[in-house]
Design a protein around this ligand. Structure first.
Ligand code: RB5
Length: 144
């Protein structure tokens, strides 16, 4: 898969952990965001990921901040972006099956009860169910 990832200073370690895992799996990842803990603003990092994603050719994007909350809100302000703040394999799977999420968000300061790699792998393996969910996703996309 081809994936774009971006982060703020609250998720440098997490971003590198996900990046290393994805690359080890053979995925192509464009690494944006920051690589030091110098403070930046998460809305700006979300914009970087969205702009790159919109160039086309990406399967999905990943955004990370301290909680995942701010950067997911920021990503969702952009039309056509459906960013899911996933926190376990269940929400990861549903984000794809029901919401057809094209971005996922994680928090670098969050304690997950499953390895983040497993959560991400579940999202990547899931498929959008379409059907009744397609009309709901179309309504989401019509919102902005
Ligand atoms: C930065 O301190 C922090 O607010 C940010 O990473 C994120 O958690 C916001 O939602």
């Amino acid at each position: 898969m081809r994936i774009v990832i971006a982060n703020d200073h609250g998720a440098v370690e997490l971003k590198h952990r996900l990046l290393a895992w994805l690359q080890a799996q053979g995925h192509e990842v464009v690494n944006l965001g920051v690589d030091t803990e110098v403070r930046v603003d998460y809305p700006d990092q979300a914009v970087l990921a969205v702009q790159e994603f919109r160039k086309g050719g990406y399967d999905f994007g990943i955004v990370c901040c301290g909680t995942g909350i701010g950067i997911s809100i920021a990503a969702n302000k952009h039309s056509g972006i459906r960013c899911a703040l996933i926190h376990d394999s269940y929400t990861a799977r549903m984000a794809k099956e029901h919401n057809n999420a094209n971005f996922v968000a994680f928090g670098g300061r969050v304690t997950y009860h499953e390895p983040v790699e497993q959560i991400l792998a579940t999202f990547m393996a899931a498929e959008f169910e379409g059907g009744r969910h397609a009309q709901r996703v179309a309504k989401l996309d019509a919102l902005c």
